[in-house]
Design a protein around this ligand. Structure first.
Ligand code: MG
Length: 331
C-alpha cells in the first residue's frame, strides 16, 4: 500500500504557562500528519514530542518528516527507528486511523470521573479545585518539587484539609526531590488516605533509591520521567519495578509494541497526556481504553488537562504562519 504524506506543524499556547521542576512551558509544538490512499481515503496522526522529557526534539521530528518521500508505504511506518518514539506513535496512529482499526469514541471519554485533573501549581490549587470538583473530576494531580519543601508542605496540609474524602490525590515531583525530601513526603503521606501515589520523586538516575522507597512506604510510587519510552519501561520491569508506570502514549513509541508488552505482562500503569491536540489525544485514549483491561488496576487517565488550553479548535501552521481550523483535519 502506498500513501501520500502531508504534515503540518502547529503551535498552541498554554492559557497559563505550565510550571514544573523542568521549568516553565509556554507553547506546545508538534505536527499533524495526513496519509492519503490512491482512492482518496485519509488517515490522521499527530507527532507531539517532549524532548525535555526524553523524546526526540521537534527539529528531529521535522527533519525525519522532510527526508521521507512524498509517498510512503506501511513498511516505512513500521521501520521508524526507536530513537524517534513520538514519530512512531504519530505514524502508527495515522495508519490505524486509516485502517479504521480504532474503537469508536466511547461515552466514558466524556465523563470527568474517567480522568485525573491537573491542578495548577502552588497556592492556585486551593482556588481551583472546587471548580474541577464541580465539573465532576474525582482524581486530582498537584505538582510538587517546584518551590521550597516547607512552603509546599504548608499548602499541601491546607489542600488535604479542604479536599473531600472521596478524592484521589496524585503528587508529581517531576524528579525534583532529594532522597531526604522524598522520605519526608512519604512519611507525611502515610497518614493521609486520599493520596493515590507520588510520581517520580527523584531524578531518572536514582532508580535504585526509588525502588528502595517503594519498598519502605505504603504510598505507591509511580515512575514517569524514568520511563519516557517503551524500552525504558521494559528495562525497569526486568529490574524488578512492581510499582506504577506512567505511560504517555504519544511519546512512548510503537503502539503495536506497547500492545504486545501490556498483553504479556500484567503491570500497574497510568496513561497520561503530553498536552497533545485532540488528534493524538483521541489516538492515545483509544489505545489506553483498549489496554486498560490488561492492567493490574483501573486508574483514572491523566488526561484532565484540557482546561490548560483555549478551545482545541485552531492552531497556527508554522509553515505558512496562518491560523488553521483543526476540525478540518477531523473529517
Ligand atoms: Mg509526571
Amino acid at each position: 500500500m502506498q500513501y501520500k504524506l502531508k504534515f503540518s506543524p502547529y503551535k498552541r499556547k498554554f492559557k497559563q504557562p505550565l510550571k514544573t521542576n523542568h521549568g516553565i512551558w509556554n507553547i506546545r509544538e508538534g505536527t499533524i500528519l495526513q496519509l492519503t490512499s490512491k482512492t482518496g481515503e485519509i488517515g490522521l496522526g499527530e507527532i507531539a514530542p517532549l524532548s525535555w522529557f526524553g523524546s526526540e526534539t521537534l527539529s528531529e521530528v521535522l527533519d525525519f518528516c522532510h527526508q521521507l518521500p512524498k509517498e510512503i508505504t506501511t513498511e516505512t511506518i513500521f521501520s521508524i527507528p526507536d530513537n524517534l518514539p513520538s514519530c512512531k506513535f504519530g505514524f502508527e496512529s495515522a495508519w490505524e486511523n486509516f485502517q479504521q482499526l480504532e474503537i469508536e469514541e466511547k461515552e466514558e471519554f466524556k465523563n470527568p470521573n474517567f480522568y485525573s485533573a491537573l491542578l495548577p501549581g502552588g497556592k492556585a490549587a486551593l482556588e481551583i479545585w472546587q471548580q474541577l470538583w464541580q465539573k465532576g473530576y474525582r482524581t486530582f494531580k498537584w505538582k510538587i518539587g517546584v518551590d521550597k519543601i516547607q512552603t509546599e508542605l504548608e499548602i499541601f496540609q491546607q489542600l488535604v484539609k479542604e479536599l473531600p474524602t472521596e478524592i484521589n490525590l496524585r503528587l508529581d515531583a517531576n524528579g525534583g526531590l532529594t532522597f531526604e525530601e522524598a522520605k519526608k513526603w512519604l512519611e507525611i503521606c502515610e497518614n493521609i488516605n486520599i493520596i493515590e501515589f507520588i510520581e517520580q520523586p527523584l531524578p531518572v538516575d536514582k532508580f535504585w533509591e526509588m525502588l528502595d522507597l517503594s519498598n519502605s512506604y505504603s504510598t505507591p510510587i509511580a515512575l514517569d520521567e524514568s520511563v519516557a519510552n517503551l524500552s525504558k519501561m521494559q528495562q525497569y520491569y526486568q529490574q524488578g519495578w512492581q510499582g506504577i508506570f506512567v505511560i504517555k502514549p504519544a511519546i512512548f513509541g510503537s503502539r503495536a509494541e506497547l500492545r504486545n508488552f501490556c498483553q504479556n505482562y500484567p503491570i500497574d500503569a497510568v496513561f497520561s497526556s503530553v498536552f497533545e491536540t485532540k488528534i493524538a489525544r483521541k489516538a492515545a485514549l483509544q489505545l489506553a481504553t483498549e489496554l486498560q483491561p490488561n492492567l493490574r488496576k483501573n486508574r483514572a487517565f491523566g488526561f484532565g488537562v484540557t482546561h490548560f488550553f483555549d478551545e482545541d479548535r485552531a492552531h497556527t501552521d508554522l509553515a505558512t504562519n496562518t491560523r488553521m481550523d483543526i476540525d478540518t483535519f477531523l473529517v
